[in-house]
Design a binder for this molecule. Structure first.
Ligand SMILES: Nc1nc2c(c(=O)[nH]1)N[C@H]1C(S)=C(S)[C@@H](COP(=O)(O)OP(=O)(O)OC[C@H]3O[C@@H](n4cnc5c(N)ncnc54)[C@H](O)[C@@H]3O)O[C@H]1N2
Ligand code: MOO
Length: 492
């Protein structure tokens, strides 16, 4: 038997139990000879049953039969997979566990004041109550005449105009029997009047006005407080302020609002091969693209971004980039590239040298398997894979909710939407799949998700053409066009 012993197996199983799942599968690409008996010994010592019954917490199973199986449990169980042939087992963390790890302890950043004109898209740190009643008094909704309805129920009644009220210029007197006051939209209804007759329904003649359409009590009058009353809480903590919210806050008489500080996201690319767009790439060079999507995505979520440029494929250069991120006071460091297992993939080592507390490396997802996450002091680190689609998809799935949580937003998760498959998809393996898909609308209004033909994680043209990620759970069975599926809409 290669590479696995009793202690190794125990370590794997202990690690697998740390992911706080009710049920865990330990999966080997193939099970080395003898591992079953080790597993039985392990289960015996841990007092867990190695058989397939419902009470068990840990299963050992070879991958192939599992993939062939389409029974309910194989499709729906959370999976932690370990390569049993390696002496140091490597876990692929389930997406939901990885997201929980990224979001662990992510509290809203400290509060600050923002003037209204700088508060667009900021996140409220406190509920906002109205400082006044709106409108503060009954107001006219139209240009016309404020009257006592009882005096103007008959067509052709003639009233004496005793004054005028415009927005901001109230009428000091009161309207008595047989009297009217000329009024304009936004004018305060004078005492005594209880209706407005619009000017199109009147004939004016000097100080006299003749009513051509019977008045109705309350007509064209906005009662005091019809919009809101002093003390009403109309904007809630955690809301990202829209332009409509800003107008409302202004009407509530708030010149500034208490918001959460924006997260600072530092972005560090790695790779000797990268050259900037517009240059003349040499043989084997690749045009840098990931950062453009990452900066824009982070900013559109309300973060401030810091560009740390491109580190060379050396530990020194990568570590220098990481230190610049710390010096800049970044809340989040996002690296791209160098996350995998190649000789030039140095990000993990550089982060470890800088003292990172690594939470995970490798997720059971496609694209994006080699993503890593950890903390360097207060700074959260998301190590994205270099492939452009992997880097974007991971940023969308993990960086965005983290930015939202630190920004203080009450809704941080992407919304899964129901759709139907636009074409057949094959059975999935142990990694959750995030297929780039176009969205179409069927005649009956149903949303149809059509996965693009080529899903390779280097294909930016396909990513740009997609409007959604079609989510396929680990071990999802083959599914035919027309069957329900779940999608995450990509930002527009
Ligand atoms: N033996 C294995 N090889 C690979 C594995 C594995 O498990 N075993 N995983 C594959 C997967 S999945 C991914 S994803 C990639 C990720 O690798 P890295 O994070 O180390 O990325 P790089 O090697 O640095 O780059 C990959 C690819 O992307 C290009 N790149 C990188 N940064 C940028 C950028 N800022 N703009 C545009 N393009 C970029 C880079 O030039 C490479 O072509 O590893 C697989 N390999
Ligand atoms: O999983 Mo990697 O992210 O395919 O390219």
């Amino acid at each position: 038997m290669r590479g696995i012993d009793f202690l190794g197996l125990s370590r794997i199983a202990r690690q697998s139990q740390h992911c706080a799942r009710d049920l865990v599968l330990i999966i080997g690409r193939e099970l080395p000879h003898g591992v079953e008996s080790l597993f039985e010994q392990f289960c015996h010592r841990q007092k867990i049953s190695p058989s397939c019954a419902e009470r068990k917490r840990v299963f050992l199973t070879p991958l192939r039969p599992l993939l062939r199986r389409s029974s309910h449990w194989a499709r729906t169980l959370p999976i932690v997979s370990f390569d049993l042939l390696r002496s140091s087992p490597v876990a692929l963390m389930p997406v939901s566990d990885a997201l929980a790890a990224v979001l662990a302890g992510a509290e809203p950043l400290p509060h600050e004041m923002a003037a209204l004109d700088a508060a667009f898209h900021r996140v409220l740190a406190r509920d906002v109550a109205a400082l006044r009643t709106q409108p503060p008094e009954a107001m006219s909704a139209m240009d016309g005449y404020a009257v006592r309805a009882a005096d103007a129920v008959t067509v052709d009644s003639t009233l004496t105009v005793i004054g005028e009220v415009a927005a901001g210029r109230p009428f000091a007197g009161s309207v008595g029997p047989g009297e009217a006051v000329r009024i304009f939209t936004g004018g305060i209804i004078p005492t005594g009047a209880n209706a407005v007759v619009i000017q199109e329904d009147t004939v004016a003649d000097g100080k006299q006005v003749t009513i051509k359409e019977a008045a109705i009590a309350g007509r064209h009058i906005r009662p005091a407080g019809v919009d809101f009353s002093e003390g009403d809480v109309l904007l809630r903590r955690g809301a990202r302020l829209t332009e409509r919210d800003l107008a409302l806050a202004a009407a509530m008489n708030h010149p500034q609002l208490v918001v959460c500080r924006r997260p600072k996201v530092a972005i560090l690319a790695t790779g000797d091969e990268l050259v900037l767009p517009g240059s003349k790439p040499g043989h084997g060079q690749i045009v840098y693209s990931n950062g453009y999507a990452l900066h824009a995505l982070a900013r559109s979520e309300g973060a401030e971004t810091i560009d740390l440029g491109i580190a060379a494929d050396t530990l020194e250069s990568t570590a220098a980039g990481i230190r610049r991120a710390r010096e800049s006071g970044a809340d989040i460091l996002v690296t791209s590239g160098g996350a995998s297992v190649g000789d030039h993939d140095l990000v993990q080592q550089a982060l470890r040298d800088e003292g990172i507390a690594m939470a995970f490396w490798k997720i059971a997802m496609r694209p994006g398997k080699p993503m890593m996450h950890g903390r360097l002091g207060a700074m959260r680190v998301i190590g994205l894979p270099g492939n452009p689609v992997s880097s974007y998809v991971c940023a969308f799935l993990f960086m965005v909710p983290l930015i939202r949580a630190l920004s203080g937003r009450s809704v941080i998760h992407h919304r899964h939407e129901r759709a139907v498959l636009g074409k057949d998809v094959g059975a999935n393996d142990m990694r959750a799949d995030y297929l780039r898909a176009r969205l179409e609308e069927r005649d009956d209004g149903a949303l149809v998700a059509v996965p693009v033909n080529h899903q390779d994680s280097s294909l930016l043209a396909n990513l740009a053409a997609a409007q959604a990620l079609l989510v396929r759970a680990p071990f999802a069975p083959r599914a035919e066009a027309g069957t329900p599926c779940e999608v995450l809409r990509l930002p527009v």
